[in-house]
Design a protein around this ligand. Sequence first.
Ligand SMILES: CC(C)(COP(=O)(O)OP(=O)(O)OC[C@H]1O[C@@H](n2cnc3c(N)ncnc32)[C@H](O)[C@@H]1OP(=O)(O)O)[C@@H](O)C(=O)NCCC(=O)NCCS
Length: 186
Amino acid sequence: MSQLRTLSATEVPSERLLLRRALHDADREGFIELYTDPEVQAYLGGPQPRSDVEQRFDAAIASATSRPGNYVIADNTTNRLVGTLMLTRRSTDGPGYVTEDGEELELGYVLRRSAWGAGFALEAATATLRAAADELPDQPVLLVTQTANKRSLKLAARLGFCPIGTFEEFGAEQTLCTAPLAKFKI
Ligand SMILES: CC(C)(COP(=O)(O)OP(=O)(O)OC[C@H]1O[C@@H](n2cnc3c(N)ncnc32)[C@H](O)[C@@H]1OP(=O)(O)O)[C@@H](O)C(=O)NCCC(=O)NCCS
C-alpha cells in the first residue's frame, strides 16, 4: 500500500508561496474564478456554471478533512489564493499510465489568469515534488495535458518531465509526460 500514498504534508512552503491543504472561507472568490474563467478552463473542459462551483466550494469547506495531495497555492504574504495544485493518484478508468497497475502519482496545476507569467506554477510544483521525493520511494510521476495547451507543456518541460506519447481523451489529444520522482530530490 505504501506505493499508493501521496505527500502527507499539510503545508509546503516555498520562496513566495505557501501550499496548504486547508481551504479557507477567504478562498471563495479565487476558487470560483478558477473554475468559471473561460481562459483558465480552456483546456480543462470549459468553464463550469458558477452555482455548481459555489456548491462544491461550500461542500469542501464543510468537510473537516481535505483530500491528501490537494493543495491551495497561496501567496505567502497575503494568503490570497493564487491557484491549486494536485499530486494525486491517476485513475485507471481512462488511458495514460506507464506501469502495469496504473495509479501512478500525477501532477496537476491551475493558476488564476492574473497569476500566469510569474513562475508561480513552476515554484509550487518544484517545492511539492521535492517534498514528495523526500518522503516517498522513487516512482514515476505523470503529467497529462492537452497537446494544444502550450503553456502547460512549457511548464512540464521546465520541470524536467519528458513527453512519451499521446492519446485521445475528453475529445482532445492529450500528451503524456513523465519524470522519476527521485529527480526532484536535493
Ligand atoms: C499551465 C499554467 C499553470 C502555466 O502558468 P505559467 O505562469 O505560464 O507557468 P510558470 O509558473 O512556469 O511561469 C512561467 C512564466 O513566468 C515567467 N516568470 C516570471 N518570473 C519568473 C520566475 N521568478 N521564475 C520562473 N518563471 C518566471 C517565465 O518567463 C514564463 O513566462 P512565459 O511563459 O511568458 O515565457 C497556467 O497557464 C494555467 O493555470 N493554465 C490553466 C490551467 C491548466 O491548463 N492546467 C494544466 C492542467 S495539467
